[in-house]
Design a binder for this molecule. Structure first.
Ligand code: ARG
Ligand code: ZN
Length: 460
């Protein structure tokens, strides 16, 4: 199967190439990702000039062919490729433009000689251009969003291709080295931990970051701004590295500082429930640009737009277990991210003396049957509803209903096993159902069917 689907005709017709490509993607985002190869590591060197909005990059990508390949396709849009080499040899390439919505750009590389199944190669791409202000399928800002003084980066679901050539599917996790060269005075923040001190040459400073745990491409970041850096410590001395925009208004700054000060307690609280924090550091990037208007759980270092509220910080932290360590295989299963993070947020709020999960659950059940909450099935919401209330709140309510059905002991044992058994991997809802049935000894097919896949308020 793989060979026919993935081999790309030697660039004779764009048609054959694009057809080959669309078959590799996610059911919701067919243009993104390719299953013909597996990336192990991205080494990205990015230079960005906020004054001109120009980004120049070099991507060194270590990948393994999972079939015999006479070509490779990567997701990349708006940016122009200047050079491509494979294992140090210059390679022919072609770029397919994005569609009218700005999505779906491709870089097609001819591999001659073909890459043999199972062999590992080094692909180097030099590229550049202006990412601008990319929009997702619903018109919201995402990807590498140019701000006045830098960039707000939030790739979910398939916006990583706005700043680097990528196999943009969540099942292809990789490690990352990210070097950000920015005007002196600005700060570049990526995932993981810094490598050495920032280095200034001329009027530019380079910040090097290393993320050593596998990461899905939607969780990569390259935030740039006028950030004030502070550090803190979590359990066992876990480094917490915070970057808060110096230009935040005073009230947003006060709220943000209070929320971030709770991070060590939040990590300890979730560790008791889900097991060890899965990565080597944590922290926050809080950008003053509030045009995006949302936060994202970028791995080890969530980004917040305008302010970091306490409940949002708890939510993004919980995603480090649910979403980042245990990652969805396809986007239809988004509730595995958002339902779990929202339920974790409910647990944190309760521990602080706020509303209880019971109260929240009862309030949701008061919502009219014809509301989106009950009409959109969280287990298959559609590409345009990935971030809808049904996914977040009905997803969390699904977990609460499950808790009532199987009891606290089994429910919390399930959360812990889910986080630990699948740490670093990819999952589907079927995996969760199987684990819930195993832990509880109950047949839960009808339960999950009603809560996740049907329209209308479930009766149980
Ligand atoms: N996953 C993020 C969160 O719940 C939300 C991302 C919203 N993205 C968007 N394009 N609107 O923490
Ligand atoms: Zn979330």
């Amino acid at each position: 199967m793989a060979v026919i689907v993935l081999a790309i005709a030697p660039l004779a017709g764009g048609c054959a190439a694009s057809e080959a490509h669309t078959r590799g993607g996610d059911p919701y985002f067919e243009q993104a990702g390719n299953s013909g190869y597996d990336v192990e590591h991205y080494d990205l060197a990015i230079t960005y000039d906020p004054d001109t909005g120009r980004l120049d990059g070099t991507a060194d990508i270590t990948l393994t062919a999972v079939a015999d390949l006479d070509g490779l396709s990567l997701d990349l849009r708006r940016l122009s490729v200047e050079s491509v080499s494979i294992d140090g040899e210059q390679a022919d390439f072609e770029q397919l433009p994005p569609d009218d919505s700005g999505r779906g750009g491709e870089l097609l590389v001819t591999t001659d000689p073909p890459l043999a199944e199972g062999t590992t190669h080094e692909l180097t791409v030099g590229y550049g251009g202006e990412p601008g202000q990319p929009e997702d399928a619903t018109g919201g800002l995402y990807g590498f969003v140019s701000t006045g003084d830098g960039a707000f980066v939030a790739n979910e679901p398939e916006g990583a291709s706005t700043w680097f050539p990528v196999n943009d599917r969540p099942s292809d996790k990789a490690t990352y080295d990210i070097a950000l060269t920015v005007p002196e005075g600005a700060t570049g923040v990526a995932n993981g931990e810094p490598v050495g001190e920032p280095r200034t040459e001329g009027d530019r400073t380079t910040f090097r970051w290393q993320a050593t745990d596998p990461m899905a491409s939607y969780l990569a970041t390259a935030a740039i701004g006028n950030y004030d850096a502070t550090t803190d410590e979590g359990p066992r001395g876990l480094p917490i590295l915070n970057f808060v925009d110096e230009d935040l208004p005073a009230d947003a700054l006060a709220t943000t500082r209070e929320s971030l000060a709770l991070q060590p307690d939040m990590i300890a609280f979730f560790e008791k429930l889900f097991g060890r924090y899965p990565f080597t550091s944590f922290g926050a990037i809080v950008d003053d640009d509030d045009d995006a208007g949302y936060a994202l759980e970028t791995q080890t270092r969530p980004i917040y737009s305008g302010v970091a509220e306490e409940s949002t910080v708890a939510h993004e932290l919980a995603h480090q277990w649910f979403g980042n360590s245990v990652t969805l295989e396809t986007w239809a299963d988004i509730w595995l991210n958002e339902g779990f993070a929202t339920y974790s947020e409910w647990l944190w709020t309760e521990s602080r003396g706020g509303q209880t999960p019971d109260e929240r659950f009862d309030a949701l059940l008061e919502e009219p049957d014809d509301s989106g909450l009950w009409q959109i099935p969280p287990g298959d919401p559609g590409a345009g509803e990935l971030f809808s209330d049904a996914v977040y709140d009905r997803g969390a309510a699904t977990l609460h209903a499950l808790r009532e059905s199987i009891g606290d002991d089994d429910f919390f044992a399930l959360l812990r096993s889910w986080a630990t058994d699948h740490a670093g991997g990819n999952v589907t809802t079927d995996d969760l159902v199987a684990l819930a049935e195993e832990v509880s000894g109950k047949d839960l097919d009808e339960f999950f069917q009603a809560w996740l896949y049907e329209t209308g308020k479930p009766s149980s």
